[in-house]
Design a protein around this ligand. Structure first.
Ligand code: TXA
Ligand code: MG
Length: 342
């Protein structure tokens, strides 16, 4: 398949993209969180193409994207609290799981009685949803298991030859996927993201925290995607949990041990750490200043994708408050929960 790449999309380009979606094709488009791989959510064959293009297991359901909150009732059964949340946070990086209506095919919901609904704020995503006039099923536009796509370069790396069109939207603003909550039973946070737990608590004070947010999937998590290895670069990631001094010492020691076996190590850290890390480290990448959680969110997936000539990456366990919880969640998954307490 030849993939058309569109820069600075015009209204006419977006009409072409909407047409591709309507006839069952695949379009990679920018959102405020990460790039999505979109298809007509009412067409089971189109949805099936998403799973094929990503190499995604068929038991992992898709999020549907709508141009406005007014359309949600056509596809899902939102409880009253949904509209309270919507007043505060939508359009924006919040996805809500609710009981689904029959028009949503099982291919999209992976056989579940629920559907995850998102109303994105990115103008390109929003306009595309409006022009397509059907809900757009869109997972993140990465190959299954890889870090999500937050730049055109990553979109081309993973989806060239697999999607009909890629729309360039520059670097994703937030850089991590949307917050997901379930309102299908007791309100529960399933995946932390751009809307923080603290913000959600201002509307739902007693919201539960799903089992897969901070810990390894234990078979009970309700977001099926949580059980798969995620966000992984091409080499293992190990997180070191300890003081600055313990981190620098451990990296120096492990890096020397690896060098003795002719292996190289990489480090994922913060600006303040850079001067203290052994020069024996081959690739040293920074998430930004330690206190800047949005910089870390914005850079994380690009950095995870850019390690290349190293055998292991050592990272630091981030703080888990505010947007930091989302960074924490993605990093521990990238590391497959390989965390060393120093
Ligand atoms: O920011 C985002 O949410 C991006 C952009 C493109 O909108 N999309 C995204 O989709 O991250 P995806 O498929 O990569 O992640 C969606 C997660 C998966 O872990 C999936 O299992 C979960 O949402 N999910 C989808 N439908 C669900 C449902 N009905 N119940 C529980 N979890 C669901
Ligand atoms: Mg994904």
């Amino acid at each position: 398949m030849t993939t058309r790449v569109i820069h600075s999309p015009t209204e006419s380009d977006l009409k072409d993209a909407a047409e591709i979606i309507k006839v069952g094709g695949l379009v990679v488009f920018p959102t405020e969180t990460v790039y999505g791989l979109g298809a007509n959510a009412l067409d089971p064959d189109a949805a099936r193409r998403i799973y094929e293009a990503k190499g995604r297991p068929s038991d992992n359901p898709l999020i549907i994207h709508l141009p406005s909150v007014d359309e949600v009732k056509k596809y899902a059964c939102p409880p009253d609290i949904y509209f309270e949340l919507a007043k505060r946070f939508l359009p924006g990086p919040l996805t809500v799981v609710m009981p689904k209506k029959d028009v949503i095919p099982d291919t999209v919901s992976a056989g579940l009685p629920t559907v995850a609904v998102r109303v994105p704020s990115h103008p390109t995503a929003s306009r595309l949803c409006r022009l397509a006039a059907v809900p757009i099923a869109a997972p993140s536009a990465n190959l299954s298991g890889r870090p999500s796509v937050t730049t055109l370069k990553a979109a081309i790396e993973d989806m060239d030859g697999r999607a009909d069109m890629i729309i360039d939207g520059g670097e994703s603003d937030i850089g991590l996927e949307s917050t997901i909550i379930s309102l299908a039973g007791e309100p529960t946070l399933l995946r932390p993201g751009g809307i923080t737990l603290e913000q959600l608590r201002s509307v739902i004070p007693d919201i539960k925290i799903g089992g897969a947010v901070k810990e390894k999937y234990d078979g009970r998590a309700i977001a099926p995607g949580m059980k798969y290895r995620h966000y992984a670069p091409d080499m293992p990631v190990v997180l070191l949990d300890g003081s600055d001094e313990a981190f620098f010492a451990c990296v120096a020691e492990r890096c020397a041990a690896l060098a003795a076996e002719n292996k190289a190590c990489g480090v994922l850290c913060y600006d303040e750490d850079l001067p203290h890390i052994t020069p024996a480290v081959r690739e040293m990448l920074s998430l930004g200043p330690k206190s800047d959680e949005s910089a870390a969110a914005h850079r994380l997936f690009t950095l995870l994708r850019s390690f290349s000539g190293v055998d292991v990456v050592y990272g630091r366990l981030p703080k888990s408050e505010g947007l930091g919880l989302a960074v924490f969640n993605r990093l521990v998954k990238a590391a497959g929960f390989d965390i060393v307490k120093l």
